[in-house]
Design a protein. Structure first.
Length: 437
């Protein structure tokens, strides 16, 4: 079956499922394979649960006309997404970066939704499987789409761009994330820069944080002229200044056309953390570029509430907790520590977990974070994980190999009436500590 023939089937059955626990009536089931599973083995179950067809790549499972045999299910999914993308005549905003991708994506979605029927990547479906699934979720009802693209090695962003074909793109920042896979910070810069490579060839638009020297240099290296800038300077398309950050960010902003007229607007967010300033201004810039009114833009910013432990401020009976433990890398960890230091609180505490995927740099990067944390003004400093435990030196801090050990310590000696930063890599599962905070 050719991609064009399969596309006709998809148009009749436009819902894609890859998990038999989430089968919907008349969907297409793609039998993907992984290190620990073989989707072909569940194809029959998918049909019995209501799927119209199951795409498989092992002939022995093709028992009737409801099974479509292809050479490789994953590649077929990607090819189908490419074909569907060519049929879409809407703006597609591609977003990548080391930190803040998902928060920025959700802010942009919230803003653009004030005017347009807007699709955005659900959750973190931002890899070689998630991006095709996202593209195939864009129906004719949507007027604009935002596709998040993540990567942990070079050439991945370029591959995802070939599928998503962004008409507009942005990099939130370049930081020390996935150093092991990228081969160091220069590898991160090269890998994330692949979206600029695509844009330089396609003539698409870049939304550029003009305050970020690295991103400006990356654009200049590729000769990208079609940029829409945002930042602190008045000559940007959008210029902005932080009004307050206690506890949530409030931002004054103006457009380039109005900067000489002293006309400004105020966006009130539900996001703590000075590091979210760029993310908010980016969303303002994109909203203004797509001709939303200042009122619509500010409504989009104020209506976004962070979830999933990303910059989430949680007030418990005991403390105020900064839930920022969806993930962590050295760059985002330093920003989180800076933010905690800047906050106006009578008592502060921090619980930091190991950062993963740092390879040979793990020891050095954890030491840098430890040094920064030890210099901070916090009553309690708790470090969890094997990497931090290796650096145990000071009696002024608490070190635990596991979250379970930290749980016991917090139960015996709880943190009370404090502002508590909780941050670490997703695999540390620091959310289990919330019940004690």
């Amino acid at each position: 079956m050719t991609t064009e023939q399969l596309y006709k089937v998809y148009r009749k059955h436009p819902v894609i499922c890859t998990d038999t626990r989430k089968i919907s009536e008349s969907c297409l089931f793609f039998a993907l394979k992984g290190d620990q599973f073989n989707g072909n083995e569940f194809a029959q179950q998918a049909i019995e649960s209501g799927a119209a067809y199951a795409l498989i790549d092992e002939e022995k499972y093709a028992v009737n006309e409801h099974f479509i045999l292809v050479s490789n299910v994953l590649e077929t999914l990607q090819d189908l997404a490419r074909f569907h993308r060519k049929m879409l005549n809407i703006p597609v905003i591609g977003i990548t970066g080391s930190n803040g991708k998902t928060t920025t994506k959700e802010l942009i979605r919230s803003v653009l939704s004030q005017k347009f029927s807007t699709y955005a990547t659900e959750g973190n479906l931002n890899n070689h499987i998630g991006v095709p699934l996202s593209i195939l979720s864009i129906t004719d009802d949507f007027e604009i789409a935002i596709i998040e693209m993540g990567a942990n090695h070079q050439k991945e962003i370029g591959f995802l761009c070939e599928i998503a074909q962004p008409t507009h793109g942005l990099i939130t920042n370049i930081g020390k994330a996935h150093l092991e896979g990228f081969g160091g910070i220069e590898g991160v810069r090269k890998g994330k820069g692949e979206i600029y490579e695509f844009i330089s060839k396609s003539g698409a638009v870049v939304f550029l944080n003009a305050d970020n020297a690295v991103l400006k240099e990356m654009c200049n290296e590729r000769g990208i002229q079609n940029t829409i800038s945002y930042g602190s300077a008045f000559d940007n398309f959008i210029s902005a200044a932080l009004k307050t950050s206690s506890p949530y960010l409030v931002i004054d902003w103006m457009t380039k056309s109005e900067s000489s007229k002293d006309i400004s607007y105020t966006a009130k967010s539900n996001l703590p953390g000075i590091y979210n300033f760029d993310n908010i201004v980016c969303a303002i810039c994109i909203g203004s570029y797509f001709q939303l009114s200042p009122g619509q833009i500010n409504a989009g910013i104020s209506s976004y509430h962070p979830l999933n432990n990303r910059s989430q401020l949680l007030k418990t009976e005991k403390n105020t907790v900064i839930c920022d433990f969806y993930n962590a890398n050295p760059s985002s960890m330093l920003l989180a520590l800076d933010n905690l230091e800047s906050m106006n609180a009578a008592s502060k505490a921090m619980i930091l977990g190991d950062m993963f995927e740092l390879g040979m740099e793990a020891g050095k990067e954890h030491q840098l974070i430890l040094d920064k944390a030890m210099a901070a003004n916090s009553a309690r400093k708790i470090f969890i994980g094997e990497e931090f435990y290796k650096l145990k030196r000071s009696k002024a801090a608490e070190f635990f190999r596991t979250v379970q050990e930290a749980e016991q310590a917090l139960a015996e000696n709880p943190i009370l009436t404090s502002t508590v930063l909780v941050k670490g890599s997703r695999g540390m599962k620091l959310e289990t500590l919330l019940k004690l905070l």
